[in-house]
Design a protein around this ligand. Structure first.
Ligand code: FAD
Length: 398
C-alpha cells in the first residue's frame, strides 16, 4: 500500500480558534504550524462564556482538568429591572453540570491553557501575515518581516479583520449601533452582591443592558455594559481604553448595585460591536477560514469562542481523512458541515441582542418568560462527533 504523504498545514492567527485548530490537528496526528502577529501570546481580553458544546470539545481534547482550574462555577442566571433593581427572573444553573449552562472563563487564561497544550516549536509569534497565493499544489504565505512559508493548506483564523478572508472577499465588518464597556473588578470589592456574585446577572433597560459574571475561579467579576454609540466613536478594538466616569454617566439613573459596581472599577475598555454577514463560501482551493474570520458574530449568545472551538475540531476530523491530493475537497467538506450552523448562530445572535434592551412597558412582560437555557438548548446540544458522523453520510467527500 502506498503511504499517504503527511499534510503540512499553516494556521494564521493564534486566538482561541487558531490555537484550538492547531491543538486538534496535532491530536489527530497532522502537522500544523501556527503564525500569530502579536509578539507573544499575551494576557489580553476579559470574560468569555463557554457553552456545553464548547466544554465537551475541550474535555475531549484532554483539557478538562485545566478548564476546571480556571472556570468560575456559576449557579444561575438572574434578570433585574434597570431602575429599581427588582428581580424579574432567576434561573438555576447546576454549577457542577457542564451540560446545563455556560462556564465563564477569562479569555487570557483559556489562551494560556491552549498554548501550554501545544508543542511550542509549532507556534510562531511576531508573524503578521500580509498576503497569500496558491497554485494546484501549495499555498504561499508572505509575512511582514519578509519571511515566506509554503504549506499544503492554510487556515485563516485571523479574526474579524482577517487578511485571509479579505484575499477572497470584499465585504466589511458591520457596525451594530452598540458599543460595550468592559472591565474586571476584584470580587472582594463586591461583597454587597451576596450569592449573586456567583451568577450571571443582567439589568435590563431601555436601549441598554448591564451584565456581570464571575471569571478566574470566582475571584474576579467581569462587567460588560451595552450602550448606544455616542458621537462618531466606532473603534473595533479589544484594547481601546474608555473612561469609568463616562460609563458611570451612562448608568447614573440605574439601580444602586449597578452604580456601586461601576464605582468599584479601576478602569474600563470600550469596544464598538461589529459582526459580519454570513459568507457565500469560506474555502478557495487549499485555503479556508475558521472562527471570527469565517463568521464574526455579536456577543449576545456567548458563542464567539464556542463556534471557533467547534470549527477547530471538525476541521481536524475532516483533514485527518485528507492527503495532498484531496485536501481541497476535504476543506469543502468541512465548510459544508460547518457553515449552515454558524450562519444560523450569526443570524440568531443579531436578534438575541434586541431581547435585553426593552422599553419599560415590556421589561416585566418579556423578562418573566425569558429562559436563557430554553433559548440556548439548540446551541448547547450540538455534538461535534455526531455531526461529523452524520456529515460523512450526507455530504459528498473524496
Ligand atoms: P480572535 O480571538 O480575534 O483571534 C484572532 C487572532 O489572529 C488574534 O490573536 C490576532 O492577533 C491574530 N491575527 C489577526 N490578523 C493576523 C495576521 N494578519 N497575521 C497573523 N495573525 C493575525 N471575546 C470576549 O467575549 N471577551 C473578551 O474579553 C475578548 N477579548 C478579546 C481580546 C483580543 C485581543 C481578541 C483578538 C479577541 C477577543 N475576544 C473577546 C474575541 C474572542 O476571542 C473571539 O470572538 C472568539 O474567541 C473567536 O476567536 P478567533 O480565534 O476566531 O478570533
Amino acid at each position: 500500500m502506498i503511504k499517504k504523504k503527511p499534510l503540512n498545514i499553516a494556521v494564521i492567527g493564534g486566538g482561541i480558534g487558531g490555537l484550538m485548530a492547531t491543538l486538534a490537528l496535532q491530536q489527530v496526528g497532522l502537522h500544523a504550524e501556527l503564525y500569530e502577529q502579536a509578539p507573544q501570546f499575551s494576557e489580553v481580553g476579559a470574560g468569555i462564556g463557554l457553552g456545553p458544546n464548547a466544554v465537551r470539545i475541550l474535555q475531549r481534547l484532554g483539557l478538562g482538568k485545566q478548564l476546571d482550574a480556571i472556570r468560575a462555577p456559576v449557579t444561575g442566571f438572574v434578570l433585574r429591572h434597570w431602575h429599581d433593581g427588582k428581580l424579574i427572573n432567576d434561573q438555576q444553573q447546576n454549577a457542577e453540570n457542564e451540560y446545563a449552562g455556560v462556564w465563564p472563563v477569562h479569555r487570557a487564561e483559556l489562551i494560556t491553557i491552549l498554548h501550554e497544550a501545544i508543542s511550542h516549536e509549532q507556534l510562531h509569534t511576531g508573524k503578521h501575515c500580509q498576503s497569500l497565493t496558491q497554485d494546484n499544489e501549495h499555498v504561499y504565505l508572505t509575512f511582514e518581516d519578509g519571511t515566506q512559508v509554503t504549506a499544503d493548506a492554510a487556515v485563516g483564523a485571523d479574526g474579524i479583520h482577517s487578511v485571509v478572508r479579505n484575499t477572497y472577499h470584499t465585504d466589511q465588518p458591520i457596525f451594530s449601533n452598540q458599543i460595550a464597556y468592559r472591565g474586571l473588578v476584584p470580587m472582594e470589592r463586591l461583597t454587597f452582591l451576596g450569592d449573586e456574585a456567583h451568577k450571571f446577572t443582567m439589568w435590563m433597560g431601555p436601549q441598554r443592558h448591564f451584565l456581570i459574571y464571575p471569571v478566574s475561579r470566582g475571584t474576579v467579576m467581569n462587567v460588560v455594559a451595552f450602550v448606544p454609540p455616542e458621537g462618531n466613536w466606532r473603534v473595533e478594538s479589544w484594547a481601546a481604553h474608555g473612561e469609568v466616569k463616562d460609563l458611570a454617566k451612562e448608568f447614573d439613573t440605574w439601580a444602586p448595585h449597578v452604580q456601586k459596581i461601576i464605582q468599584a472599577m479601576d478602569d474600563t475598555m470600550r469596544w464598538a460591536l461589529y459582526d459580519r454577514d454570513p459568507l457565500d463560501f469560506w474555502t478557495q482551493g487549499r485555503v479556508t477560514l475558521l472562527g471570527d474570520a469565517a463568521h464574526a458574530m455579536l456577543p449576545h449568545q456567548g458563542q464567539g469562542a464556542g463556534q471557533s472551538i467547534e470549527d477547530a475540531l471538525l476541521l481536524a476530523y475532516s483533514l485527518r481523512e485528507a492527503d495532498t491530493e484531496t485536501v481541497a475537497a476535504w476543506l469543502q467538506f468541512y465548510e459544508a458541515l460547518r457553515k449552515p450552523r454558524t450562519t444560523r448562530v450569526q443570524e440568531t445572535t443579531r436578534s438575541a441582542g434586541k431581547l435585553y434592551d426593552l422599553p419599560d412597558s415590556e421589561i416585566y412582560r418579556r423578562g418573566e418568560h425569558f429562559s436563557f437555557s430554553n433559548r440556548s438548548i439548540w446551541l448547547w446540544n450540538y455534538d461535534a462527533d455526531q455531526a461529523f458522523k452524520q456529515a460523512k453520510q450526507t455530504i459528498a467527500h473524496p
